[in-house]
Design a protein around this ligand. Structure first.
Ligand code: ZN
Length: 147
């Protein structure tokens, strides 16, 4: 896995980081199949959320496990330049938390879907369905699902 050169590695990382990733497209399909419409990548909101449901006041993020520091098996650190990546990824993680906190302060409800959860698309679909259906039950809490 780790025989990539530095440039290849950073190229790969910038791809992972970009929008319209494979996990994101998959989640978008699930949302569409549930009959919901959403706005994509609203730059006027903190964190430029992947999917915004303005009428429902809800937001879905799709996080790549490595890049967003999920800590699951998909999030394993590269063997080379460990400190560099660890630092970078940890910064991403705390930035994510700040983003969620800010959105919550603006009365948005947020759901984070992790890349590794997509090995079971049906479960993710159910999760999204519950999230978009639920009314006041969440009480403004941020849902951050573990592995
Ligand atoms: Zn994960």
């Amino acid at each position: 896995v780790d025989n990539l050169s530095r440039t290849e590695r950073s190229k790969q990382m910038s791809l992972v980081r970009s929008k319209n990733t494979k996990p994101e497209i998959l989640v978008r399909e699930l949302v569409l199949n549930l009959g919901y419409r959403c706005q994509l990548h609203r730059t006027d909101l903190p964190g430029c959320p992947d999917m915004v449901f303005p009428r429902l006041k809800r937001i879905i993020f799709v996080h790549g496990c490595f890049w967003h520091a999920h800590g699951c098996r998909l999030a394993r650190m590269p063997k080379s330049r460990r400190a560099y990546w660890k630092n970078k990824i940890e910064r991403n993680g705390s930035r994510d938390l700040r983003t969620l906190r800010r959105l919550r302060g603006m009365r948005w409800r947020c759901l984070v879907i992790w890349e590794c959860q997509l090995s079971n698309p049906e479960a993710v679909s159910t999760k999204i369905k519950m999230f978009l259906r639920s009314s006041g039950a969440l009480n403004g809490k941020v849902r951050r699902e573990g592995p």
